[in-house]
Design a protein around this ligand. Structure first.
Ligand SMILES: CC(C)(COP(=O)(O)OP(=O)(O)OC[C@H]1O[C@@H](n2cnc3c(N)ncnc32)[C@H](O)[C@@H]1OP(=O)(O)O)[C@@H](O)C(=O)NCCC(=O)NCCS
Length: 228
């Protein structure tokens, strides 16, 4: 698989992307791109200034996924929009690879933060279908994924939840905001090593705790045993 810049001349690829957008958002966000026309318009907008538009294609040129980003805050912050992986290619790290590619693109342009808005229009999370006022952040701090909502996909990629817009898509249909500090390939590698080290240390601590606990139990059992 290769990830390349999407160009306005790639008619066939653009058509595939538009079909993918309509199909993929139809179930959970039916108002996002209800028609091919609206989807083609979205792809067209991705060629604008201050935009990034990247497409993942396999060796035969079939579209596997598409990711874009929009420059905001003078380029300090970029919005990841949209992100979609072809339905039959999901679960094979294509989404992850596309987001990491966008991170690299943003890093090269001097961006510091990548953020994404993740709608919940049909109660896939515990913050959907509710009146979030007067304490939206309290609800958000206890968010649970009820049915494979993609906010967890972003968390796996190092994004953290930074906010929520109540009723963004109508009553009880919020938009969940996640963001990530951009550190490029090297930063991500450092992060990966740090996580691995932390996991190893936790395992070591648990092992030595369990070993200590076991010894303690043996000792207390010996002490408690009546002398013959
Ligand atoms: C969300 C989406 C982009 C994920 O793409 P993908 O290629 O299937 O994801 P990956 O295989 O790269 O997954 C990376 C990790 O996230 C996890 N993950 C993927 N989708 C997830 C979901 N919906 N909920 C929880 N975890 C998820 C994977 O299990 C994997 O975990 P691992 O690293 O522990 O193995 C894809 O499902 C999609 O296009 N959905 C429809 C459109 C959409 O929802 N876009 C996002 C709008 S905010």
């Amino acid at each position: 698989m290769r990830i390349i810049d999407l160009h306005p001349g790639y008619d066939q690829i653009i058509q595939h992307i538009a079909e993918m957008l309509v199909d993929s958002f139809n179930e959970h966000s039916p108002d996002a791109w209800p028609t091919m026309e609206s989807a083609l318009e979205e792809v067209g907008e991705s060629f604008g200034e201050d935009r990034i538009s990247r497409v993942a294609v396999d060796d035969s040129g079939t579209v596997m996924g598409w990711a874009g980003a929009i420059k905001t805050y003078d380029g300090n912050v970029w919005e990841l929009h949209p992100l979609v992986v072809s339905a039959n290619a999901r679960g094979h790290s294509i989404g992850r690879t596309l987001v990491e590619d966008i991170e690299n693109q943003v890093f090269e342009r001097g961006g510091l933060t990548l953020w994404v808005g993740c709608d919940d229009e049909d109660g896939l999370t515990s913050v959907g279908g509710l009146d979030l006022y007067p304490n939206p952040l309290e609800h958000l701090s206890k968010i649970r994924n009820l049915a494979a909502h993609p906010f967890e996909f972003y968390q796996k990629l190092g994004f953290v939840i930074v906010g929520i817009m109540p009723d963004a898509n109508g009553p009880g249909k919020p938009d969940i905001y996640l963001a990530k500090r951009i550190s490029g390939r090297e930063g991500r590698e450092r992060e990966r090593l740090r996580n691995r080290r932390n996991k190893r240390n936790k395992r070591k601590k648990l092992k030595s705790y369990l070993a200590g606990d076991f010894q303690l139990n043996c000792q207390s059992r010996t002490m408690a045993e009546p002398a013959n």
